[in-house]
Design a protein around this ligand. Structure first.
Ligand code: LLP
Length: 388
């Protein structure tokens, strides 16, 4: 939880100003109590389901270890994420493997270790899986990643189960894929996977996903194929504002109801909902300027440290770490990178007396924050710290 105590911003009870005395800015801070609370909500909303945290959202070792200890599973898309999950203590049989371009070495590792399931993205992946199974002497557990062509409401780059997207099997290839997997003695067909996209906030969209998944379970079973697992992927969004987020319980009312009579095990791959609200980025004001009738505040973290505003729009709130009595004025918070798109917030309300050396917090960056930081302009990667 983020709150001001005596005008100092605290994350889960820890003063960010105090942290900034020990850690050079910019840095990410993650609050374990918030993380645990959000992970627990998923576990309680979907009892008995495999909750596979999507490592692409955050792969800090302590974050991962915390989730592994709570009994979560993990969703990985690369050998690097596989290794991070193993190092954090996720058991191999709780690893779910995704991706539209999985390395052969990842397939081999996953099959050899007995991963929970590998989500098949293309017909062409089948011979690669067969080869991985042969080379390791193990059977590969395969779920069909179906792209039903849904137009869910989210940013176009985050819509991954729509017509024209590069992910998953288009409807006309699903039965063929099922037949090919079924016919390969090295492969075991376990079910379906349907990740609709990310940052979904509306029940109407979850209903569309649920309807599509249910109808595919029935179609596959009519065709004589086994479906034991329905993997819903991730996608539950957050508001990025003070407005309450939709909850996993809201999602469960739709998803669990859609498969209640089908005798399937549910798998979910949440990333953003679990970890976004647990993270803030602390950055320091380098200098302020008045220009073009605006007030600009330039800070030491921009698109190098947090890429999301450039990619998806400036949704992240920016708050002062130390609240002052000075009047709040509309302020454009910009990063240090030589690119006019490097804007963290176009219109944050910030104290007029903000000056060089003052600290700002960028909110809700626990997901897709540090993992997408980069070395643009030869700046060092931001540090990450955990408070518990
Ligand atoms: N499963 C699969 C197969 C996925 O592709 C993703 C996210 C997830 C699960 C987790 O989705 P979540 O619960 O976090 O929505 N870089 C973007 C987000 C890309 C998400 C890609 N896939 C951002 O900064 O918003």
């Amino acid at each position: 939880m983020l709150e001001y105590r005596n005008d100092l911003l605290h994350l889960d009870g820890h003063s960010l100003a105090e942290l900034a005395r020990a850690v050079p800015t910019p840095f990410y801070a993650y609050g374990l109590p918030t993380l645990r609370e959000r992970a627990r909500a998923f576990q309680e909303a979907f009892p008995g389901a495999l909750i596979a945290f999507a490592l692409k959202a955050n792969r800090h070792p302590v974050v991962l270890h915390t989730l592994a200890r709570m009994g979560l599973a993990a969703d990985v898309v690369s050998l690097g994420e596989w290794d991070a999950a193993i190092a954090a203590g996720f058991p191999t049989e709780r690893l779910v493997v995704n991706g539209n371009a999985k390395e052969q070495a990842l397939l081999e590792r996953a099959v050899a270790a007995g991963a929970h399931s590998i989500n098949l993205d293309a017909l062409e992946e089948i011979p690669r899986l067969v080869a991985a199974a042969r080379s390791t002497g193990r059977t590969a557990r395969v779920a069909l990643r179906i792209n039903p062509g849904l137009d869910v409401r989210t940013h176009p780059h985050l819509r991954v189960a729509s017509a024209g997207s590069q992910f998953g099997l288009p409807p006309e290839q699903v039965l063929e894929a099922a037949r090919m997997v079924q016919d390969a003695p090295e492969l075991e067909l376990v079910g379906i996977h349907l990740h609709p996209g990310s940052q979904l906030l509306e029940e109407q969209d979850w209903q569309a996903v649920a309807g599509a998944a249910r109808s595919w379970v029935l179609r596959l079973r009519e065709g004589g194929f086994p479906v034991h697992v329905v993997n819903w992927g991730g996608g539950l969004g957050i508001t990025y504002t003070e407005a309450p987020d939709p909850t996993p319980f809201d999602l469960a009312r739709v998803y669990t109801a859609a498969v209640a009579d089908l005798d399937v095990a549910q798998v979910l791959e949440p990333g953003r909902w679990i970890v976004a609200r647990a993270g803030v980025m602390v950055t320091r004001v380098v200098q302020a300027k008045e220009a073009w009738g605006r007030r600009f505040v330039a800070v030491d973290a921009g698109m190098n440290a947090l890429l999301r505003p450039v990619l998806f729009g400036p949704v992240h709130r920016v708050w002062p770490v130390v609240r002052s009595a000075s009047e709040e004025v509309p302020t454009t918070v910009v990063g240090p990178n030589c690119n006019s798109g490097d804007v963290l917030s176009p219109d944050a309300l910030l104290p007029r007396d903000l000056k060089s050396g003052d600290l700002l917090a960028v909110l809700d960056v626990g997901a897709y924050g540090a993992v997408m930081a980069n070395g643009y302009n030869a700046r060092p990667l931001p540090r990450e710290v955990v408070v518990g």
